[in-house]
Ligand binder design. Sequence first.
Ligand SMILES: CC(=O)CC(=O)C(=O)O
Ligand SMILES: [Mg+2]
Length: 216
Amino acid sequence: MSRIQKFTEFGRKILAVGRNYSDHAKELGNTVPDTPLLFLKPMSACILEGEAIEIPKGCIDFQHEIELAVIIGKKCRQVPASEAMSYVGGYALALDMTARDFQREASKKGQPWALAKCIDTSCPVSQFIDPSVISDPHNLELVCKVNGEIKQKGNTKDMVFRIPELLSYISEYFTLEEGDMVLTGTPAGVGPVVAGDVIECSLSDIITCKFNVKAR
Ligand SMILES: CC(=O)CC(=O)C(=O)O
Ligand SMILES: [Mg+2]
């Protein structure tokens, strides 16, 4: 259904969901929200394989968060959960790179997460995955390795809010357009990376992607 096959055809915005896996909420000492916790990432945060993840200036705790990205296939506004999957045009693997020290500081002061989550290179994305190759998006293994060592190993079956609920909730407030992305949250195991590290991600046996980390 979607024409989107490559990064240049992606849309204009990224909606990201936080604390959508209870094991991750727990590891950071957070509770699971009653309704999806949303934030935006700009398209300028996106990079593709071959480009490096850059640690932002002043950050000493830059962390990986592997996430399933849902790519929107057609304009989606106020859709019921029962119809939401028909708006999915594809999937990708993504990293919601997070300056955790900046986030902690912002949260303490009641400030937004822009500097923690929205900075350049903070959204590495894999190649586009056609939805026809994914029979059940709620049973996919997410694995993130740093320098060959497994750091995150989760399954999309453990999402608190599933894709239909997320798209219905989000589209009540934001019109989603073709190529927009929804990052569906990260499972437990997030942790820091430093310059010189290599992050490798996989989604079941469907796709892998690899990114080098460097200082800005
Ligand atoms: C606390 C967070 O950074 C939330 C988030 O992004 C997640 O995936 O969960
Ligand atoms: Mg995240």
